[in-house]
Design a protein around this ligand. Structure first.
Ligand SMILES: Cc1cc2nc3c(=O)[nH]c(=O)nc-3n(C[C@H](O)[C@H](O)[C@H](O)COP(=O)(O)OP(=O)(O)OC[C@H]3O[C@@H](n4cnc5c(N)ncnc54)[C@H](O)[C@@H]3O)c2cc1C
Length: 505
């Protein structure tokens, strides 16, 4: 055996079988031959999974495509629906409503961002909201859906979408995919984690029945416990609750009623917010709140009052701390999913961060003794990703004018990271937004949330000052009309799913 061949990973052990564990297993199995690298996943039915995580962002499409998953089959198996964005209510002020769509608003003209034209006409009295120029928002409001097409002249090319689904069914779907490709599943509780005395690398997991599961590389997908990276390797956790103070959730499913929404609802409450996520067979609901400002019984009352149909069970309470690990990869272990950090589900970014963790690991796939540079790069990229998503989520809390509860007064007055302060101040100077370093959220997303929560630039875009307002108004009007007409021709969301995924709704 030559030197390079002996320095390769032969066995990867994934600890945990929630969404993170099975997404990791499926992705690794799609890339690595079982003859070359054995993949073993250990999970405990008795411990179970967190069981939430039903809303996604468009990047999940590329993950499923990378695995070669058929979209219609996936939607059928996971009771999935389409998501065109999120409707936020009562976030800026009580009574406010805005839509954060996928895809862009309008079309940039002469190298100037679309939102600048809209702001310009707004100053001249145009009362149309920004979302009236978003194909996704217009379709969502009309309960319509169609897949995007490739023709840049068609407004359907502006559709961006993601899914709502049953998270448990998605993990099972991926389990089936992974097991068919050679992943070995071991059922049982991990009792002990063994480290090499010299290197401190993890060498084995010891199960309750004393079975030893040895490996060369370990994925920590054990959820909030972070049994390998946190508990065993001692990688510290950065607590971000001073910026993202919600620390509790109550989740409950309810009967599906009324028209099938092609979007998530996020309704601000007095100490947090409530989600409504439509799947084919039920509606997922949850109340995210800060237990320092509201007790659990009050939180349950708020959740139950906010349902649009009878609950299917009693609500479950989940506690969490927002933040991230200091490192995501340490020694021979990488943490994926809740074991690596959690930013609360306001913008449905956790599954995306799982995906990023997996794809970066694959891009930096190590030898048996990983180069320090590889580990450093992985940690740099994941740190950047978590920090960027963090800032976008904090924006929703900070940019409130609500003073009707102690919680909202805290959020309004809290200090924020310098990086976010910079973004908000820059926007106030002539509406400028710059996307940092491959940042996930687009200019459109930042503008949707800032203006949706009543932050407007103090000065106009100087480049538009001499441009006749009538010309701009004319193009905006025709854009708006064309979007309305396109949406009329689209099928309803429910009809689309019935035809596409053959599901009875
Ligand atoms: C309230 C809430 C709402 C959310 N909503 C969204 C959303 O809308 N969109 C989104 O993208 N994300 C959302 N998330 C995040 C999402 O749920 C998670 O990112 C996702 O489910 C992945 O979880 P996980 O696999 O890391 O952990 P878990 O689901 O907790 O899985 C942990 C696994 O480890 C196993 N395990 C743990 N300890 C042991 C042991 N000792 N021995 C053996 N096995 C063990 C468990 O059995 C389980 O299989 C939400 C999270 C919360 C808390």
């Amino acid at each position: 055996m030559n030197q390079s061949s002996s320095n390769r990973i032969r066995k990867i052990v994934i600890a945990g079988g929630g969404t993170a564990g099975w997404m990791s297993a499926a992705a690794l199995a799609s890339m690595l031959s079982p003859d070359n690298v054995q993949i073993v996943l250990v999970e405990s039915e008795e411990i179970g999974t967190v069981g939430v995580g039903e809303a996604t962002i468009p990047d999940i499409i590329s993950f499923n495509r990378m695995l070669g998953i058929d979209e219609a089959e996936f939607l059928k198996a996971t009771k999935g629906t389409f998501k065109l964005g999120i409707e936020f209510s009562d976030w800026g002020k009580l009574g406010d409503k805005y839509f954060h769509p996928f895809g862009n608003h309008g079309a940039d003209m002469n190298g100037i961002d679309f939102h600048q034209y809209w702001l310009h006409t707004r100053q001249a009295g145009n009362s149309n909201s920004l979302e009236e120029y978003s194909m996704c928002a217009v379709a969502a409001k009309n309960m319509k859906f169609a897949l995007p097409n490739d023709n840049p002249r068609s407004l359907l090319s502006q559709i961006g979408y993601a899914y709502h689904f049953d998270a448990t069914a998605y993990a099972l779907f991926l389990r089936d995919y992974a097991e068919k490709r050679g992943v070995i599943r071991i059922e049982g509780r991990i009792e002990q984690i063994v480290q090499d005395e010299k290197t401190e690398n993890i060498s084995a997991l010891v199960m309750q029945n004393n079975q030893r599961v040895e490996g060369d590389f370990f994925f920590d997908c054990t959820g909030f416990k972070s049994k390998l990276l946190g508990e065993t390797l001692g990688v510290p956790f950065y607590d971000w609750s001073k910026w993202l103070p919600c620390n509790s959730a109550q989740a409950v499913a309810s009967e599906r009623r009324g028209e099938l929404l092609p979007y998530t609802k996020s309704m601000a409450k007095s100490a947090g917010w409530q989600w409504r996520i439509p799947t084919q067979h039920r509606t997922g609901n949850g109340h995210i709140y800060c237990a320092d400002f509201m007790d659990d019984q009050q939180a349950t009352d708020v959740l139950m009052q906010g349902l649009d149909a009878p609950a299917l069970s009693d609500p479950r309470t989940i506690r969490f701390t927002t933040g991230r690990r200091d490192k995501f990869w340490h020694k021979n272990c990488v943490a994926i999913g809740l074991s690596s950090g959690f930013l609360e589900p306001l913008e449905s970014t956790s599954i995306f961060l799982i995906q990023q963790g997996i794809s970066r690991f694959i891009a930096l796939y190590p030898s048996l003794t990983p180069a320090a540079k590889v580990v450093e790069e992985y940690n740099r990229l994941m740190t950047r990703e978590f920090n960027q998503v963090r800032d976008f989520i904090i924006l929703h809390y900070k940019a409130t004018q609500r003073t009707d509860s102690e919680f909202w007064r805290y959020c309004k007055n809290m200090s924020i990271p310098d990086s976010l302060q910079h973004k908000m101040e820059l926007f106030q100077c002539a509406g400028r937004v710059f996307r940092d370093d491959h940042e996930l959220f687009s200019t459109s997303s930042w503008v949707a949330v800032m203006t949706g929560q009543n932050i407007y630039p103090e000065t106009p875009e100087p480049m538009l000052l001499g441009v006749p307002i009538q010309n701009i108004e004319k193009s905006l009007q025709s854009m708006q009309r064309a979007m309305q007409q396109t949406s009329i021709q689209m099928p309803t969301h429910a009809e689309f799913i019935k035809n596409y995924a053959g599901s009875s709704i």
